[in-house]
Design a protein around this ligand. Sequence first.
Ligand code: PEP
Length: 252
Amino acid sequence: MRKPLIAGNWKLHKTIPEALELVEALKQNLADITDVEVVVAPVFTALVPVAKVLEGSSIVLAAQNCYFENNGAFTGEVSPALLKDAGCSHVILGHSERRQLFGETDELINRKVKAVLAEGLTPIFCIGETLEERENDEMMDVLKRQVTVGLKGLSESQMLNVVVAYEPVWAIGTGKTATGEQAQVAHAFVRGLLAGLFGTPLAEQVRILYGGSVKPDNVDGLMAQMDIDGTLVGGASLKAGDFIRIARFEKN
Ligand code: PEP
């Protein structure tokens, strides 16, 4: 019922020629995939050239961030309308690196989620606890706050266009992946939160991705979990072979 979504977050990597080389390889090797939605998120400067290569393919384009205003005196920012103009259909929001390194709050992320939805784009809304929060038994409180504030004020129809990404901060870029069972516990909890806010039938339709050191050798176990509907991949999305294998995960 929930179509799997595999997204590659290229972070601050790859020049335009490097981005084109990677996306050409993905296009050639993933052209026949129709039962999985594949999304790539290059740096801003590579969005337009990558969009041109992706024309006519089923792979779609995401930005890694945006501002909540569409124009005005906001030096250095980029808006949802401009990202749509550049060919994006998705925008990653609230990534833990934005929260930790750039001080993004739940309230700010909520404004961004609404702005992205207003432009008809799909937010990939990231949440997740730090190691300290997990060890202090605060994981559920943190996820509850992030979900409640980050998705505040969304209508049911808007929520249907949101993709949630659960990314435990301790697993991002560290090589430490949550086990399938650990991830499933968190995903089921998040789906329960969505059910509380938007009702069970709607929560059952929302895709919840797992992110945090997803690799070719752990993707199958993660994707076998009932509430894991896809993955948000950082490091392994920079290598064509690894990302192709992840997008072609084995279904149980
Ligand atoms: C990410 O950037 O969202 C991520 C999960 O990174 P990595 O796969 O490298 O842990």
